[in-house]
Design a protein around this ligand. Structure first.
Ligand code: ACO
Length: 428
């Protein structure tokens, strides 16, 4: 017999079914809770709330497991290309050679951005943060495809997916080039996805730019590690916005905005800025550990530490820490902040405050050090995260549509004034 959970309230007992996922995580199904009992649940920050059923990504925070469609992150990071992983996330299976060729070729042929977008782009101030530009430009993309009106995009979803995957790197590099005062580069369709991005980022009309395979491979791994992470803040945002049947571009633009926050993807920029501050302050990591322990009074947190779900280690951080060592050695880069990061990690991991709260380095802790070694400027770190996360957002949006999820609309516990009489302004 299936399990059920009993709840006794106001002298009455109600029964709710339980359910179990394929990796054995358990849930109470309270879909009928309010109808039956008149009560809602209160779960600020959704710490205990499963918002959906999903077959895309599995993670186990206690054991440090992360899998996309059943494949381990360690396996994918070591063996796959980013576009293979994108296909896997979006369509559910690894592509055959033919499927991969078609997918990759379609992306290659859609990298150009409508020239009309350049007019919008040129209106941004040169010192605009690239994440603000990216979110705005992706939102603007929806205006360039009139078939999106009235939900008519459904039959063209695959094309919109290709467009987004193809054009996001182009838009991202434009915002960087503009901030540098450099001419923007057009995509080169003879280049693969990652070399094309690197070429648009770094090529200048005045000299030859050759993509370093070490850089391209490091970026491939980083993008794969960021490609999906089940119902995190930005992904939940994409699903929530999409649940109103908003189009794919608008939903992804909302996800980019959510990612920008320093408690989410914006942490990778904050980490490097924090490490630089520690270096400029003499390199004493213990001082910063002490400040973080008094977060309530100092307001300072160790960026890149702690995670809502991972409570033993973040498997992505483990891969990234090793990659940071490898990439810096291969490129012959000696970055003093890497030593500061390692010192900070060691000091924190041996401190009771961090141990008891299960605070470990997360994906953002070492990623910035690699981005820096690859020549990517600090304010582009979160943009790189967005390029990596795009397939995950798309996959989640698509799943939400295909499973016909109802519009997302949480309840609340109202704590404001009760009914009172309106007082005309002359009497106030
Ligand atoms: N430094 C110091 N103390 C911390 C940190 C930190 N980085 N993170 C959590 N804590 C403390 C909190 O003060 C709290 O202590 P208390 O129990 O004494 O009140 C306890 O640990 C639990 O923290 P919460 O904020 O309740 O945990 P939550 O799950 O809500 O937050 C989060 C997770 C947002 C990631 C948090 O750890 C944090 O702010 N980290 C720094 C920002 C960061 O690196 N974000 C990137 C996350 S990964 C990603 O989005 C890709």
């Amino acid at each position: 017999m299936a399990n059920s959970a009993e709840l006794t309230v106001d002298g009455k007992t109600y029964s709710f079914p339980t359910l179990e996922g394929t990796e054995h995580e358990k849930a109470f199904d309270i879909s009928n809770l309010r109808d039956q009992t008149g009560y809602v649940t209160l779960d600020r920050g959704y710490k205990n709330t499963g918002a959906t059923k999903s077959a895309i990504t599995f993670l186990d925070g206690e054991q440090g497991i992360l899998q996309y469609r059943g494949y381990s992150i360690e396996d994918l990071a070591a063996k796959a290309s980013f576009l293979e992983v994108a296909y896997l996330l979006i369509y559910g299976e690894l592509p055959t050679q033919e499927q991969y060729h078609t997918f990759e070729n379609a992306i290659r042929r859609h990298t150009l951005v409508n020239e009309g977008m350049r007019t919008i782009f040129n209106g941004f101030p040169v010192n605009a943060h690239p994440m603000g530009v990216l979110a705005s430009m992706v939102s603007a993309m929806s205006a360039f495809y009139p078939e999106l009106e009235n939900g008519k995009e459904e039959d063209k979803t695959d094309l919109h997916i290709i467009r987004l995957l193809a054009k996001l790197p182009t838009i991202a590099t434009w915002s960087y080039k503009r901030s540098m005062g450099h001419p923007t580069n057009y995509p080169k369709n003879n280049l693969d996805y990652i070399p094309n991005f690197l070429n648009m980022m770094f090529a200048l009309p005045v000299e030859e730019y050759k993509v370093d395979p070490v850089v391209a491979e490091a970026l491939n791994v980083l993008l794969i590690l960021h490609a999906d992470h089940e119902q995190n803040c930005s992904t939940s945002t994409v699903r929530l916005v999409g649940s109103s049947q908003a189009n794919l571009y608008s939903s992804i633009s909302a996800g980019i905005s959510a990612l920008w926050g320093p408690l989410h993807g914006g942490a990778n920029q904050e980490v490097i800025e924090m490490l630089e501050n520690i270096k400029a302050d003499g390199g004493d990591v213990s001082k910063y550990v002490e400040m973080a322990k008094n977060a309530k009074t100092t307001g300072f947190r160790l960026f890149g530490f702690g995670h809502r779900v991972y409570k033993n280690f973040d498997p992505r951080a483990k891969i990234i820490k090793k990659a940071a060592d490898d990439v810096l050695a291969k490129l012959g880069v000696n970055d003093p902040v890497l030593e500061i990061a390692k010192g900070l990690e060691e000091a924190a991991l041996n401190d009771e405050y961090f141990v008891s709260r299960k605070l470990y380095p997360n994906v953002d802790f070492y990623s910035g050090i690699i981005y820096r070694a690859l020549g990517i400027p600090t304010n582009m770190f979160t943009v790189l995260f967005a390029i990596g996360r795009l397939p995950g957002w798309i996959a989640q949006w698509k799943e939400m549509r295909e499973t016909k999820e109802p519009i997302g609309r949480p309840r609340q516990i109202y704590t404001g004034a009760t009914l009172r009489e309106f007082v005309p302004i002359e009497n106030r």
